[in-house]
Design a protein around this ligand. Sequence first.
Ligand code: ADP
Length: 319
Amino acid sequence: MADVPDNAPEHCPGTLSEQAGKTSACQGCPNQRMCASGATKAPDPAIAEIAVKMETVKHKILVLSGKGGVGKSTFSAHLCHTLASDDTKEVALLDVDICGPSIPRIMGLEGEQVHQSGSGWSPVYVEDNLAVMSIGFLLSSPDDAVIWRGPKKNGMIKQFLRDVDWGELDYLVVDTPPGTSDEHLSIVQYLSSAKIDGAVIITTPQEVALQDVRKEIRFCQKVKLPIIGVVENMSGFVCPSCKNTSQIFPPTSGGAERMCEELNLPLLGKIPLDPRIGRSCDEGRSFLNYAPESPAAKAYYSIVQRIKDYCSNRKNEEQ
Ligand code: ADP
C-alpha cells in the first residue's frame, strides 16, 4: 500500500485511512500521534483556502517553546511591537495558545471583542498597523477555561487562519501553546501550502527547559518546519544597584548556547531577567516603551533585527 510508511507496524491501516492512528496496531507506532491528528489523511480543502487567504501575508513566523512560563507570549508580543514600530509595516499577532490565552492581557486588550464583518472576523487593533486575534476575545471572562478536544481546537485554528480578515500583512506572528500538541500539527498542516518562513524557539537557560526544547526541535525537523533560531530568555539578572550579574536559572549544561552549537542552530540572542517586563505585561504596556535603553530592550531589538534579516533573505532566495 502506498500510504503505509516503511516503519509501520504489521497491521497498519494506512495513513490515509479513517482508522489511521486509532487501531490497536497503531499502539506504540512512532507515527500514531501524527496519524490520529488527521494530518496524514486526504488534504482538508481548507488548506487550499488558507493558502489563498495567506497570499496577502508576506511573512509567517511561529513562536514555539518546549515548556510553559519561559516567556514565549511575552516574546511574541514584543516581536510584534518591534516589527510594528516601523509604521510602513503591517503586523498581526495570532494567539493559538487555546488553553491559556495571555496575549489579550499582555497587549492591553482584555475585555475586547471580535466583530464579524462581511469579510470575516475583524481582529482587534492595538495600533493602526498592529492587529491581534486570540481565543481570549471569544471567552466571556478571562477566567473561563477552554477545555476542548483536539477536533474543536483544530476547527478554531482553521477559522482563525481562514476566516479572520487580516488584510495585507508584512508579518503574521503565531503564538503557539507550549510543547508539541495537536495545535502545532494543525498550524503546520493548515499553513503547509501557504509556506511558513520559520519558527523561533524560546527557552530559559536551565537543562530542564532545554530538554523540552530538544523535543520541539525534533518536531520541527519531522514536519520540515525551518527554524529561524533559538532565544534564551530570563538569561541572567543584572542587579540595578551593584550591576553584578546573577544566574537565577543557571545554565548547568551550557544553556541555549551549547545546545545551539551541538545542533547547529542559530542562537538569536539572550534576554536577561528584568522585573519591569512582568510589570509592563501585567499593565498591558510594551516594555520597549517602558525601558527602551535597558539591556533587555536592546536584546529584543537585536533579536528582532536578526529575524527581519532572516525573512528578507528568505524572500530574496525565493525570487
Ligand atoms: P509563556 O508564554 O512561555 O507561558 P509568558 O510570556 O506568559 O510565558 O511569561 C511568563 C511570565 O514571565 C510573565 O509574567 C512574564 O511577564 C514574565 N517574563 C517573561 N520574560 C521575562 C524576562 N525576560 N524577565 C522577567 N520576566 C519575564
